[in-house]
Design a protein around this ligand. Structure first.
Ligand SMILES: *Cc1c(COP(=O)(O)O)cnc(C)c1O
Length: 356
């Protein structure tokens, strides 16, 4: 089989050695002669998987002791609801920035439970930049933002500094760069971009949150219950947690977050240098806010589309069609994508230039 360069936006590429080990565990896990899929989540073999996944999150992200990592189901879309319900406090009010589809969905959900103030938005320019210079009101229970806007290819470079509790949807750039967890009260992320397959969602919660939230909260949506039960309140997404654990092991073995941050910067430099150099292409996001995870770009003249598509398809590039709300192309360059794949794509862009 010829090599495929997988730029899928999510679910997305995983390290080949992780996929191999994950495949073996489907047939025979831990030499039990049983599949990981057919053992109890309360067996000591699976409890060890969950414990290691949580320990690796703590280690790789330098999570302080007064925080609890939790793996549950529901994706980041349930995270929009869970974050609002657990962060809701005495003000019944929250501040959000609207930086794209996912931020907008988070706002929509929070509005069901709280008075939401949208303190900044980049909707006026189809979300092609990150708003700056906004003021976070002090009479809110929390401030919510999206660190990386997967669809529009923008990324918050300087994390907001505020005395208000800080909540972040980090779904598409968690573990891709160093983050100071102590600055946040709640971080959540669907696994299927940088951490593993779909099915598991990671929450990293400051323990103060458990006491400060306004009850009642339905049990499954209550993070304090999941923390008490060590992510075993009900059946966790066992396979997804297992593959996340393998992916976290892979990251640690290779040098952790500081290593991958360097690799991700090299990949981003490679694609953006070509987008800026090549007269046939242009980037769609403001330069200073460009995402190191999702590079969005288009042809200046659409008449070359067929020719360009034929070139990258022949080179084994896959998954670079842009989201329908932006058009053009989107190269998603999550942790597991090697620099070599980005070089192949940049060479396809050079080849088009030579041919026209
Ligand atoms: C993909 C994504 C989501 C949605 O995740 P689901 O797990 O499908 O609910 C939310 N936020 C961001 C930033 C994303 O990239």
């Amino acid at each position: 089989m010829s090599k495929v360069h997988n730029f899928s936006a999510g679910p997305c590429i995983l390290p080949p050695e992780v996929l191999k080990e994950a495949a073996e565990a489907v047939v025979n896990f831990d030499n039990l002669n049983l599949s990981l899929l057919e053992i109890s989540h309360r067996s000591k073999n699976f409890v060890a998987v969950m414990d290691e996944a949580v320990a690796l999150v703590r280690e790789l992200m330098d999570v302080p002791d007064n925080y609890t990592p939790i793996f549950i189901q529901g994706g980041a879309s349930l995270g929009f609801i869970i974050s609002a319900l657990n962060m809701r406090g005495k003000h019944g009010k929250a501040a959000y920035t609207n930086t794209g589809t996912w931020a907008n969905n988070a706002i929509k959900e929070a509005k069901q439970f709280l008075n939401v103030v949208e303190i900044a938005s980049s909707k006026d320019a189809n979300f092609n930049y990150i708003p700056k210079g906004y003021t976070i009101p002090s009479d809110v229970d929390y401030f919510h933002f999206t660190s990386n806007n997967t669809i529009f290819g923008t990324q918050v470079k300087d994390m907001p500094k505020t005395s208000v509790p800080l909540v972040c949807d980090m779904s598409s750039d968690i573990l891709s760069r160093k983050v100071n967890v102590a600055d946040f009260d709640l971080i959540y992320a669907g696994a299927q971009k940088n951490m593993g397959p779909a099915g598991a969602t990671l929450y990293i919660v400051k323990n103060d949150v458990f006491a400060n939230s306004q009850k009642p909260i339905p049990s499954y949506l209550d993070l304090s219950i999941h923390a008490d039960k060590e992510s075993m309140f009900n059946t966790p997404p066992v396979y997804s947690v297992y593959v996340c654990m393998l992916t976290l092991r892979w990251l640690k073995k290779n040098g952790g977050v500081s290593w991958i941050e360097g690799v991700n910067q090299a990949k981003a430099d490679c694609i953006y240098n070509e987008i800026d150099r090549n007269p046939l292409f242009e980037g769609t996001a403001a330069k200073e806010d460009r995402s190191n995870m999702n590079a969005c770009f288009k042809l200046k003249d659409e008449k070359y589309q067929e020719q360009f598509d034929a070139i990258w398809k022949a080179a084994g590039v896959s998954g670079i069609k842009g989201h329908r709300s932006v058009g053009g192309y989107r190269a998603s360059m999550y942790n597991a994508l090697p620099l070599e794949s980005v070089q192949v794509l940049a060479n396809c862009m050079k080849e088009l230039e030579k041919n026209v």
